[in-house]
Design a protein around this ligand. Sequence first.
Ligand code: FAD
Ligand code: DLZ
Ligand code: SF4
Length: 512
Amino acid sequence: MASLILILGDQLTRNLPVLENAKKVQDTVLMAEVREEATYVKHHKKKIVFLFSAMRHFAKALKEDNFNVNYIEYNDESNQGSLLEQVKYTLASGDFDNVKVTSPGEYRLLKSMQQWEQSLGVPVSIINDARFLASPKEFSDWAHDRKQLRMEFFYREMRRKHGILMEDKSPIGGKWNYDAQNREPMPAGTNVPTHTQFKIDAITQDVIDLVEKEFSDHFGDISPFHFAVTRDDALTVLSDFIEERLPHFGQYQDAMVEGKPWLYHSHIAFYLNCGLLSPKEAIDAAESAYYAGTAPLNSVEGFIRQILGWREFVRGFYWHFMPSLKSDNYFNHNRSLPDFFWNGQTNMNCMRQCIKETQANAYAHHIQRLMVLGNFCLLTGLSPEEVQQWYLLVYADAYEWVELPNVAGMALYSDGGQLASKPYVASGSYINKMSNYCKNCGYQVSKKTGPKACPFNYLYWHFIDKHKEKLSGNPRMAMMYKTHGRMKDENINAMKDSVTIFLTKLSENEEV
Ligand code: FAD
Ligand code: DLZ
Ligand code: SF4
């Protein structure tokens, strides 16, 4: 019995059961760089370079480990352009009894693969992806009879189940959450360690040449390219983080600094999501740093919560709520994405910095994604569908299972509050508190209305005003509606005027 084993671009994990159980002599591993996956959204050029190079390095390592690997490069004559057609073609040219694949991360691909058996005429086994700490079924069982799905409670279950940062049945330190000690702005002049960077090798250079030629119309810069593309290098990124950044991770988790995109974050989502690192090893490394006394509990717990809590929660949430999550539009928002999302040309310095960094790095950290970019998208009523597409293509760590819940549930509240207990909206004063962007802005954060006023200020109060019916009953919005209730009509009207002018400009793609 010979199997054809398909490995996808985000399944670069040596101990996947399909590989562990493979018979090296008779089975064949198929990996393919295909147009369909690279263009179903026009991924950032750096993301394609990263993934194709990581795929090529992974295939090379499998070959060195005596697997039969059939690796199809993008420009190979035998490239069929899609995963299904490539599998069909390979089956026709060999003697295979069945196809094996690890369950894909995206709904569209799973639905397609569930039909493959009919079109291929051989059994197709779709094997559960065991690289997560909770299965979709475990999440759905947990979610089943709950009125509200809150990450915090899911996270506590995960801490208990996996015995992470636990002392018997209690959380270490007596608390589940140390956020009160976290989330400080960064003092000017803080010396942030440089992020881990790798040199381009011959394989990556070939891919760069390919992407420059074949994907020249895609968003983003290829250069500088310094991502890890092998497991060994990804492990170095993780260990550098644990040593150099984790101690301050919690403290500066929400800080934003002009010209410093990487800060004290770990930069491992790229590697976790394509399989070069496992979530458990990242969690274990952080926990060990706490026990060794090299990182404080507020940072370690904060970091572990992101991976064991948020990452697992959003994945369960995705499978639980698909396909409706993708089309939810609680506020009926339908404004088109302004052109400046593709070039950063705006006078709003916070938006300019976050978009330009995204363009250069295929990376922005969480608060940039949520409280600057996402906040803007929600306050200006951009179409969830267009916003989701943008996030899916611009970040090198983006796959729909993790991007969509974050965009639809966390940033846009387009699921009506299934994921978040309230919309994440803020006025300019939040951005001013957490960053130094406002100093170099064409607008003034202290002004509430008029042409010089920070757009986040009037957009924020307009949002609160406009969605009173939907939001004022939410106890977590009570403070905002209390303040709103005290505002004078003339102030509200002045804000509405500023909003109208701003949104008209936005719709007409005039510079804002
Ligand atoms: P760190 O800040 O160092 O955090 C450590 C790890 O925790 C991350 O590597 C990631 O694996 C995990 N994590 C943290 N927050 C989340 C979260 N909310 N959801 C899932 N995992 C989390 N993350 C992605 O991996 N892919 C995406 O496409 C993505 N899109 C996002 C879109 C929006 C609108 C928002 C608000 C967040 C999004 N995130 C996404 C979550 C988060 O912003 C990124 O995981 C993080 O910025 C990656 O950088 P890092 O590796 O330096 O993370
Ligand atoms: C993201 C991506 C890209 C850009 N290219 C490929 C590819 O050519 N071949 C492949 O197998 N996978 C690719 N991927 C990752 C897939 O899109 C990913 O496996 C699915 O989105 C499921 O998460
Ligand atoms: Fe952003 Fe407003 Fe600050 Fe300008 S003033 S950087 S638009 S928050």
